[in-house]
Design a protein around this ligand. Structure first.
Ligand code: 13P
Length: 268
């Protein structure tokens, strides 16, 4: 079984100074648990998604440190290079040390009007650049009330994956890709679906992927008001491979608790 995955999406938070104290806190924690046979933080797969301006700093910090943490960009443009004021190309994220890119986050869909075809272009561009997508999908409260949850998720999935889900060749590293189910109404609200509800959505996502993918499966994470007190209930579900955390991940202490508690549940 692959280790559980924890993604910390800082969103538009933390400059370099705050990023530095956060990383020191993670490092200090790792140093303190060196005497345990298997470092809890090391066992988990942890991915930090800082804002663009902190990426380079965080990347350099990680190179000098013993922390085994990966980096993700929070967004990307699908063009190569060129006249796209304010945008960042996949190759730039790679150069700065990212292995992953978050795409299709509901904040980008809703606030910045990102569409399914654009998300597909982004997925294509980042995969060509040897980066791994963290594809976010999720329904709004109204869509849920109207009984359209699965229709929305299926559309978001199939439009983002495109021909891959129609059986036209499964990318070699598909098992390193990540899908994050984030119901829009659960983001930053303190409200969550029940872990059982999440598990049944994840099962459907898996079934849908199975139809098109020849081998390998992306990991499927849950996101939306995850914190250090509810993490165990989610991670108890076999269908949930990890979590994508926003607000609670802004505190290094809370992130550590989420990783420790989440990992302990998966190990049990
Ligand atoms: P919260 O954890 O703050 O609800 O945010 C979830 C999220 O949007 C992560 O990408």
């Amino acid at each position: 079984m692959s280790p559980p995955c924890f993604v910390a999406n800082w969103k538009m938070n933390k400059g370099i100074a705050e990023a530095e104290s956060y990383l020191y806190a993670l490092e200090k924690h790792t140093a303190q648990q060196m005497d345990t046979p298997l470092s809890k933080i090391d066992f988990a797969e942890t991915i930090l998604a800082p804002p663009f301006t902190a990426l380079s700093f965080v990347s350099e910090f990680l190179k000098q440190s013993s922390l085994r943490v990966d980096l993700a960009g929070q967004n990307v443009h699908y063009g190569g290079e060129g006249a796209f004021t304010g945008e960042i190309a996949p190759s730039m994220l790679r150069e700065v040390g990212c292995r992953y890119v978050i795409i299709g986050h509901s904040e980008r869909r809703q606030i910045f009007g990102e569409t399914d075809p654009e998300i597909h272009e982004k997925l294509d561009a980042i995969v060509k650049c040897d980066l791994r997508p963290i594809l976010c999908i999720g329904e709004t409260l109204q869509e849920r009330k109207d009984g359209k949850t699965w229709a929305v998720l299926e559309r978001q999935l199939s439009e983002a994956f495109g021909e891959i889900l129609q059986g036209h060749g499964t990318p070699e590293n598909i098992s390193e890709w990540i899908i994050a189910y984030e119901p829009v109404w659960a983001i930053g609200t303190g409200q969550t679906p029940t872990p059982g509800d999440v598990a049944s959505v994840h099962r459907k996502v898996r079934e849908c992927l199975c139809q098109g993918l020849k081998k390998g499966r992306p990991r499927i994470l849950y996101g939306g008001s995850v914190n250090e007190t509810n993490i165990e209930t989610f991670m108890k579900e076999k269908q949930i491979d990890g979590v994508l955390v926003g607000g609670a991940s802004l505190s290094a202490d809370k992130l550590i608790k989420i990783i420790e508690r989440g990992t302990a549940v998966k190990r049990a």
